[in-house]
Design a protein around this ligand. Structure first.
Ligand SMILES: Nc1ncnc2c1ncn2[C@@H]1O[C@H](COP(=O)(O)OP(=O)(O)OP(=O)(O)O)[C@@H](O)[C@H]1O
Ligand SMILES: [Mg+2]
Length: 297
C-alpha cells in the first residue's frame, strides 16, 4: 500500500526513451554442483553441498527452506559477491566473474548507503548500471520508482530515519530502477505489513512481465503462499548442509487470483505437500539440535 495518494498503479513503468535503450538479453541461470564452505576461527560450516538448479530464461523460481539452509548464500553467489568453493555458476553459459549490471539484487538486510537519501541511493544505482542515461533521465527514473513504491514523500530521507519496511521498499525500487535482466530477491517483502506485501507482490509481477522480455527471477521467501502465488517453480531446500531437496512445479495459470487460488483443492494439496517437505526437514533439524544440547548437559 502506498503512503501517498494518487499512486500511479495503472501506469506503465518504462518510459519510451528508456525502453529504446534497453537491450533484449537472455538470462538462463545454471548452478552446477555448487558447494560453499565458511570458515571461522578454525571451525568449518558447509553451507551448501552439491546444489544443482537450472532456471530458464524468464522463469520465476523461489527458494524456500529453513533458516540457515543457504538461501542468502545462493543469492550472494548469483550476485557475484561470493565465489563457491565448488562447482560453477553460469548465466547464459558464461561463468559469473563478479557483480554485473545484468543482475539486480534486493539483499535481506536492504544494503542502502546510510550517507545517501532514498533518492540518492536510487540515482546512484542507476548511474552505475545505466551509463547511457542523461542526468535528467536518471532523476526522472529514480522519481518514477520512488513513486511506484509510494515513497515520494521520503525522497530526501536518510535510511536511518526510515522504518525497516520503508528501507526495504527503497531497496526494491533501487533494483527495479536498474532494469536488470535478472532479479535476485532475498526475502524482499519480509519486513512489510500484509497490505504493502500484497501491493509489492503485484508490482513485482507487473514488472516481471513488462517489456520485451520477462525477467529471470530468483526469489527467497519463508512464505509458502507467497511462493505459490508468484512462482513458476519452487525449490525446497534442506539445511546442514544446504541442498535442494525437491523442485516443485506450480501449475496455476496466470494471472493468478489470491482468493481463487486459496480455495482451489489443487492449491491446498500442493501447499500441504510443500509444507510437509519443509516440516520433515525442520523436525530433523530440531532433533539434531536437541541431540547436540543433550551432549552438552
Ligand atoms: N560470512 C559467514 N561466515 C560464516 N558462516 C556463515 C557466513 N554466512 C553464512 N554463514 C553460515 O552459512 C549458513 C547459511 O547461511 P545463509 O545466510 O545463506 O542462510 P539462509 O538460508 O539465508 O538463512 P535465513 O533464512 O536465516 O536468512 C548458516 O549456517 C550461516 O551461519
Ligand atoms: Mg538469508
Amino acid at each position: 500500500m502506498p503512503d501517498e495518494p494518487g499512486f500511479p498503479i495503472g501506469e506503465t513503468v518504462s518510459d519510451e526513451r528508456s525502453v529504446q535503450k534497453e537491450m533484449v538479453v537472455m538470462a538462463a541461470i545454471s548452478l552446477q554442483n555448487i558447494g560453499m564452505i565458511y570458515g571461522n576461527n578454525g571451525s568449518r560450516c558447509i553451507a551448501l553441498q552439491n546444489v544443482n538448479l537450472t532456471i530458464h530464461d524468464g522463469e520465476f523460481v523461489s527458494l524456500i527452506g529453513p533458516s540457515g539452509c543457504g538461501k542468502s548464500t545462493i543469492i550472494d553467489i548469483l550476485a557475484g559477491l561470493k565465489m563457491p568453493a565448488e562447482g560453477v555458476v553460469l548465466i547464459d553459459e558464461s561463468q559469473i566473474g563478479g557483480p554485473g549490471p545484468d543482475r539486480g539484487t534486493v539483499f535481506q538486510d536492504y544494503s542502502l548507503f546510510p550517507w545517501m537519501t532514498s533518492f540518492e541511493n536510487i540515482c546512484f544505482a542507476i548511474e552505475q548500471t545505466r551509463e547511457e542515461l542523461e542526468p535528467i533521465e536518471v532523476k526522472d527514473r529514480a522519481m518514477k520508482y520512488l513513486s511506484l513504491i509510494g515513497l515520494e514523500r521520503f525522497r530526501d530521507a536518510y535510511p536511518n530515519t526510515l522504518s525497516g519496511g520503508m528501507r526495504q521498499r527503497v531497496s526494491i525500487a533501487r533494483m527495479f530502477s536498474m532494469n536488470p535482466v535478472v532479479f535476485l530477491m532475498d526475502e524482499p517483502f519480509g519486513a512489510l505489513d500484509s497490505l504493502n506485501r500484497i501491493y509489492m507482490q503485484d508490482v513485482l509481477l507487473r514488472l516481471w512481465l513488462e517489456g520485451n522480455d520477462r525477467k529471470t527471477v530468483v526469489f527467497v521467501t519463508h512464505d509458502i503462499d507467497e511462493a505459490l502465488l508468484l512462482s513458476d517453480r519452487i525449490a525446497v531446500m534442506t539445511p546442514s548442509p544446504g541442498q535442494i531437496k525437491e523442485v516443485v512445479d506450480v501449475p496455476f495459470e496466470r494471472p493468478r487470483n489470491r482468493k481463487d487460488l486459496a480455495e482451489s483443492q489443487e492449491y491446498i494439496a500442493l501447499r500441504s505437500r510443500i509444507l510437509s517437505v519443509l516440516y520433515s526437514e525442520m523436525i530433523g533439524e530440531i532433533e539434531r539440535q536437541e541431540q547436540g544440547v543433550r551432549g552438552l548437559l
